[in-house]
Ligand binder design. Structure first.
Ligand code: GRF
Length: 205
């Protein structure tokens, strides 16, 4: 049997997607293990989820770099060094709120994927769920969705691995729409990880 895929998951907040990954690994629905959780925010609840699951964590903030007059490239390079020491098969950005430059991405070609709560080409960047909800209210869109894609230095674009349409309804509140979106995200994230791991195995066999 194939060895379990080694995942590094990068977060900045609540970590519900991280939890979906941890649960799927524990229950054998995903043939992988989370070997490290990285956060750029100290108060990210996802760090607690990781610790509860017995997964090593790394808090890696940008601020000390800025205070020393160092740029994001230096940060990205050091972050890549730290992560590389865990020998990841795949790096999963699950609510990670820092744009990674080529200094990071070039170290892990074809091995960094991101989850974004909008369909390809729609609402890149922050607050995509709220912006989609507001666009629906203005009659500009009839549905939204989410995707898992390979990461490029541009924000929230890159070859798509999986996407799902998430409908919007007239009686929706932002909270209801958000809940439906997260449900879809948790599902496609697992599928995206599985597909990316399969591709890596195919390429390296
Ligand atoms: C998700 O909606 C993800 O798509 C976006 O940030 C959110 C993270 O949620 N990039 P969580 O921290 O996994 O609960």
């Amino acid at each position: 049997m194939e060895p379990r895929g080694r995942l590094v998951v990068m977060i900045s907040g609540f970590g519900s997607n991280l939890q979906a990954i941890l649960d799927a690994c524990r229950e054998g629905r995903l043939w992988a293990e989370v070997v490290l959780v990285v956060s750029n925010r100290k108060d990210a609840y996802g760090l607690i989820r990781a610790a509860r699951a017995g997964v090593p964590t790394l808090y890696f903030p940008l601020r000390p770099y800025r205070e020393r007059g160092l740029d994001r490239i230096a940060y990205d390079r050091d972050l890549a060094d730290q992560i590389a020491s865990y020998r990841p098969d795949l790096i999963v950005l699950a609510g990670w709120m820092h744009i990674l430059s080529s200094a990071f991405l070039d170290r892990f070609p074809g091995r960094v994927i991101n989850l974004h709560p909008a369909l390809p080409g729609m609402f890149p960047g922050r607050d995509a769920i709220r912006r989609a909800f507001e666009a629906y209210r203005r009659g500009e869109i009839s549905c939204s969705g989410c995707m898992v894609h390979y990461v490029t230095p541009e924000v929230d674009v890159g070859p798509v691995l999986v996407q799902a349409v998430v409908p919007l309804y007239p009686e929706d509140t932002l909270e209801r729409f958000e809940a439906r979106m997260h449900e879809a995200e948790h599902r496609i994230l697992l599928e995206g990880i599985q597909r990316a791991l399969e591709r890596i195995r195919t390429v390296s066999s």
